[in-house]
Design a protein around this ligand. Structure first.
Ligand code: MD3
Ligand code: FE
Length: 199
């Protein structure tokens, strides 16, 4: 049963360790087909989070700006979203559509993600589903505009978070990773998957 925080539905420990390990195996195949890259911000600095995607669309960022693209920066199509990941969407999203993008974010020890909104998708009524694997990450939730009070929440390996309704447009980010808090990934770090309907 989920915990409600600012309109986010948090399912702590939704995935047991065998399910988490199976997801990591499926993600190894995704990353083999579509290698992780460091997106360039429009300001010309690489993001500290490394990314790739699965699905019809992937999220890319370069000097032309942020956008969804049907191709990896190397030019090829993205691999399909693993069935293990689609099952989680069906269980928690409440959506009658299928996700068109599974963004894979990899956080090494020092990586972070500044406060931002996700508004490149066509229909904000469609939820976003996030899956956390590996080391704990400190997630911060802000407001519908920049500034104001924020709330923080640790996301742990196996947690699932659903952003629907008003929560869909809140500013959010990852302040820091807590190294050594999970043994799921042999080299440490944190993986976050976000599932989205793009069109
Ligand atoms: C709230 N990812 O990929 S997951 C992102 O842990 C992103 O990698 C973070 O923010 C991460 O855009 C946070 C939780 C999350 C994901 C998408 C959201 C929260 C969200 C979209 C709208 C509102
Ligand atoms: Fe986001």
């Amino acid at each position: 049963d989920p915990q409600e925080i600012r309109g986010f539905r948090h399912y702590p420990g939704w995935l047991v360790s065998t399910e988490q390990a199976a997801l990591v195996e499926d993600l190894r195949a995704v990353v083999a087909a579509a290698p992780l890259f460091s997106p360039m911000t429009p300001y010309g600095r690489p993001m500290s989070v490394r990314m790739t995607s699965a699905g019809r669309f992937g999220w890319v960022s370069d000097r032309r700006g942020y956008r969804y693209s049907e191709t990896h920066p190397s030019g090829g199509a993205w691999p399909p979203i693993p069935e293990s990941v689609l099952g989680i969407w069906r269980a928690v999203s409440g959506s009658d559509r299928s996700p068109e993008c599974c963004l894979v974010n990899f956080y090494a020890e020092k990586a972070r993600m500044g406060l931002h909104q996700d508004r490149d998708e066509a229909d904000f009524a469609q939820p976003v589903v996030s899956i956390s694997l590996g080391d704990d990450g400190l997630f911060r939730i802000g407001n519908e505009t920049r500034g104001g009070a924020t709330q923080s929440l640790w996301l742990r390996s196996g947690d699932v978070l659903v952003m629907g309704g008003a929560a869909r447009l809140l500013y959010h980010g990852i302040d820091r990773i807590a190294p050594g808090t999970s043994t799921l990934l042999p080299q440490g770090g944190r993986i976050n998957l976000t599932l989205r309907v793009v069109t």
